[in-house]
Write a protein that binds this ligand. Structure first.
Ligand code: UDP
Length: 326
C-alpha cells in the first residue's frame, strides 16, 4: 500500500530570534540552553579563544540552533530578523585576560560596538554581560549599582575592567543616541559545570586540586572575600532582566560572602579530599572583598538566588570529576 503523502505546509516560525556572542563559553552556552527551552531560535557566535565546542555539542542537530564561528570584533552580518542580541563574548578569568589583554580590550570595545550595531540594524534589544570587576577593588561594601568603582587603569586587570566599563558607556550611548533598547547586568562570581578545568578561577582551581589530591593554592592570606552564585540562578536573573523594561545596570550574584580560606576548606569538605592548603602570592590588584547588593534585582526582577552553595558545588564537582576521568 502506498504510503500516504503528508501535505507539506510551509511553517512560518514566529519564534523570537536571539543572537548570543560567546555562545560556546561557560555562561553563553547555559544561556543558549535556556533560550532554546524558552522557545527562541538561537544564533550562537564564538571564535573559540576561550569557548569550547564541548559546551555546545549537545545542540548539534537542534533545528533551532545555528552556530557561526567568528570573532565578534569583526563586522557581524546576519540575514533575517533578530529580536535579541546577548553580548557574552570575552575572556573572563584573570589568567585568561592576563594572557589575552589586547583581545580582551578588543572584544569589550570593538566587539560591543559590533554587537550594538547589529542590534541597532535589526531593531533588536541588546544585553551586555558586564561584571562586578567594574567596581575594581571596591571601597564600599556590599557593592550597589550606584557605586562608581575603584579601578586601576594600568594594572593587570585594567584590560578587562576598563573594556567592560567602556562597554557599559557604549551601551548607554547607543541607548541615548540611537534609542536602542539596552540591558546591562553586572555579574558577580559565578560557578558551575562547563567552566574550564584550567581557567585559573578559584572554583575550577580548588575543585580540580582537591579531586587530584594536589595542594590547594590559596593566594595571599586567604582573607579576601567572594560571594559565589550558581550558574542556573544567574542565567534566570539575566533572562528576567532582558525581558524587563529596566535599562540601568543590575547586579546579579549571590550575597553569600566568604573568605577564600573558608572556601578552600568548604571544597576540601565537599570533595572529602586529603589535600592540604598552601599559600601563593596574592596577585596584583586582587579585590579584597566582594559581595553584591541585590536589592535592585529583588525589587525590579523579583529575583533572588535559590541554589545553596553545597548543592551547586555538588553538581560542579560531579562535572569536574567526569572531565578529569575522561
Ligand atoms: N584564588 C586563590 N587561588 C587560586 C585562584 C584564585 O586563592 O588558585 C583567589 C584569588 O586571588 C581571588 C579569588 O580567589 O581572591 C577569586 O579569584 P578568581 O580568579 O576566581 O576571580 P576574581 O573574583 O578574582 O575575578
Amino acid at each position: 500500500m502506498a504510503a500516504k503523502k503528508k501535505k507539506k505546509t510551509k511553517k512560518t516560525s514566529k519564534k523570537p530570534v536571539s543572537v548570543v556572542t560567546g555562545a560556546a563559553g561557560f555562561l553563553g552556552s547555559h544561556l543558549a540552553d535556556l533560550l532554546l527551552k524558552k522557545g527562541h531560535r538561537v544564533i550562537g557566535i564564538d571564535n573559540f579563544v576561550t569557548g569550547r565546542v564541548e559546551n555546545i555539542d549537545h545542540l548539534a542537530g537542534n533545528g533551532d540552533f545555528r552556530f557561526i564561528q567568528q570573532d565578534v570584533t569583526e563586522f557581524l552580518f546576519l540575514q533575517g530578523d533578530v529580536n535579541h542580541v546577548w553580548h557574552f563574548a570575552s575572556p573572563a578569568s584573570p589568567i585568561d585576560y592576563a594572557h589575552l589583554p589586547i583581545q580582551t580590550l578588543k572584544v569589550g570595545s570593538l566587539g560591543t560596538h559590533k554587537a550594538l550595531g547589529l542590534a541597532k540594524e535589526k531593531g533588536a534589544r541588546f544585553f551586555l554581560a558586564s561584571t562586578s570587576e567594574i567596581y575594581g577593588d571596591p571601597l564600599i561594601h556590599p557593592q550597589n549599582e550606584d557605586y562608581w568603582g575603584n579601578v586601576s587603569t594600568i594594572g593587570p586587570r585594567g584590560c578587562y575592567d576598563e573594556s567592560k566599563r567602556f562597554a557599559e558607556a557604549l551601551a548607554m550611548a547607543y541607548h541615548r543616541e540611537h534609542k536602542v533598547e539596552t540591558r546591562i547586568v553586572r555579574i558577580f562570581n559565578t560557578y558551575g559545570p562547563r567552566m574550564r578545568l584550567k581557567d585559573g578561577r578559584v572554583v575550577p582551581a580548588f575543585v580540580s586540586q582537591a579531586l587530584e589530591g594536589k595542594p590547594i593554592t590559596v593566594f595571599g592570606d586567604g582573607s579576601q572575600t567572594r560571594s559565589f552564585c550558581y550558574c542556573s540562578d544567574l542565567i534566570d536573573g539575566i533572562y528576567r532582566l532582558m525581558m524587563s523594561d529596566y535599562d540601568l545596570p543590575v547586579n546579579i550574584g549571590n550575597p553569600n560572602e566568604m573568605t577564600i580560606l573558608e572556601f578552600a576548606q568548604e571544597i576540601i569538605r565537599a570533595t572529602s579530599s586529603k589535600s592540604r592548603i598552601i599559600r601563593k602570592p596574592l596577585p596584583t590588584d586582587d579585590p579584597k572583598q566582594r559581595k553584591p547588593d541585590i536589592t535592585r534585582a529583588k525589587s525590579i526582577l523579583k529575583w533572588r538566588p535559590k541554589v545553596k552553595l553545597a548543592d551547586g558545588l555538588e553538581r560542579t564537582i560531579d562535572y569536574f570529576k567526569r572531565r578529569i576521568e575522561s
